[in-house]
Design a protein around this ligand. Structure first.
Ligand code: NAD
Ligand code: AHE
Ligand code: ZN
Length: 375
């Protein structure tokens, strides 16, 4: 079939909206009509050329929602007409990682996913001239139609609006999951969130759900403050207003009883390795846990004095908030529909596919939280 897609032709260049060919689903695959997709900072990261796994030409996008149109041979868990959210972290339930119950990082198709192809080693997308176009993160939601492995879709309820629940395909689940699944924050905790964008705000909403007492938000862009307060931020710190962010947070978290100070939990949602260091070092001696969510450019490395870990701080990371997509995503959609979590205010811009590059411009200018493309 033919479909319309925004193609990343080359690193650092705007996406090009064009007609492309899409082959139907092979055994174990499903064809999905994408109804809406968010633009995550990770799409920008790959488009910029900073992603060591970035391949071109490719159809980016990994935060979508849509309807199953056709299923390949052997597919049993979804059928045409089902509403689904594509999963860049699939859940096969049979690989060593899924069976371990220790991680959400299903390994069954990770290798081919990183090469921009389906599990059989080929792409379903081509240009109208027949040249291959690669998939991205196994999703390619910047296309009106896409093909995914059955294990990489979560079936969700049909009354949930696509233009909101697409965000559960990455940002919402990553932020809330980082708090609940990865850090396992407890009631009364003191937490710091670095980066008040599409992910950081969901960390904040996760912290409020978990019952954190103190939620310090750190961002160089003060325009992000009102939204962060709406979601539960209790204190704001602009790194440009203080000499030493770490010392400042340690002071803010001191009590008359605890003069050591430091956050119980911190989260990096910036992708900046200097920020990651500060996030670790502002946590409490003996028990502080710092979770890296941000994705850093090729060649970037994190560092700290080993003494920081010797004295009990723990450095962790999380992908897709530790969520097992087929199991957890339908539940998060229910949380949204039941009013337990909020999504709508974070979707600050709605665009057509033709205007998708505006979403990247808004992100660069710090003017959006989430831009969503509606097909
Ligand atoms: P975003 O652009 O919406 O937000 C980033 C925020 O960080 C912005 O508000 C920006 O002002 C702020 N910021 C930038 N530099 C800063 C600094 N030095 N100090 C403090 N604040 C700073 O991006 P997003 O969509 O929220 O994504 C955030 C990061 O999370 C990106 O690196 C993205 O690739 C990554 N990410 C990771 C996962 C995962 O599974 N681990 C999932 C989604 C996104
Ligand atoms: N390709 C990059 C890493 C990108 C990365 O870390 N991706 C996250 C999801 S970001 C979603 O917005 C992830 O899930 N990582 C686990 C995985 O298996 O990719 C690089 O640095 O090579
Ligand atoms: Zn993402």
């Amino acid at each position: 079939m033919r479909t319309r897609a925004a193609v990343a032709v080359e690193a650092g260049k705007p996406l090009e909206v064009m007609e492309v060919n899409l082959e139907g689903p092979k055994p174990g695959e499903v064809l999905v009509e994408i109804k809406a997709t968010g633009i995550c900072h990770t799409d920008e990261f790959t488009l910029s050329g900073a992603d060591p796994e970035g391949l071109f030409p490719a159809i980016l996008g990994h935060e979508g929602a849509g309807v199953v149109m056709e299923v390949g041979e052997g597919v049993t868990s979804v059928k045409p007409g089902d509403h689904v959210i594509p999963l860049y972290t699939p859940e096969c339930r049979t690989c060593p990682s899924c069976l371990s119950q220790k991680t959400n990082l299903c390994t069954s198709i990770r290798a081919t996913q990183g090469q921009g192809v389906m599990p059989d080693g080929t792409s379903r997308f081509t240009t109208l001239d027949g040249d291959p176009i690669l998939h991205y993160m196994g999703c390619s939601t910047f296309a009106n139609h896409t093909v995914l492995p059955e294990i990489a879709v979560a079936k969700v309820r049909e009354d949930a609006p696509f233009d909101k629940i697409c965000y559960i395909g990455c940002g919402v689940t990553t932020g809330i999951g980082a708090v609940i699944n990865t850090a396992k924050v407890e009631i009364g905790a003191k937490a710091v969130v670095f980066g008040l964008g599409g992910i950081g705000l969901n960390v904040i909403q996760g912290l409020r759900l978990a019952g954190a007492d103190m939620i310090i938000g750190v961002d160089i862009n003060p325009d992000k403050v009102p939204m962060a307060e709406h979601f539960g931020m209790t204190h704001y710190l602009n790194p440009n207003d203080v000499d030493d962010v770490v010392a400042e947070i340690v002071n803010m978290t001191k009590t008359p009883f605890d003069q050591i100070g430091g956050a119980d939990y911190s989260f990096d949602a910036t992708g900046n390795v200097q920020v990651m260091r500060a996030a670790l070092e502002c946590t409490h001696r003996g028990w502080g846990v710092s979770v890296i969510i941000g994705v850093a450019p090729a060649g970037a490395e994190i560092s700290t004095r080993p003494f920081q870990l010797v004295t009990g701080r723990v450095w962790k990371g999380t992908a897709f908030g530790g969520a097992r997509g087929r199991t957890d995503v339908p539940q998060i959609v229910d949380w949204y529909m039941d009013g337990k979590i909020e999504i709508d205010p974070m979707i600050t811009h709605t665009l057509s596919l033709d205007n998708i590059n505006e979403g990247f411009e808004l992100m660069h200018a710090g003017k959006s939280i989430r831009s969503v493309v509606v097909y």
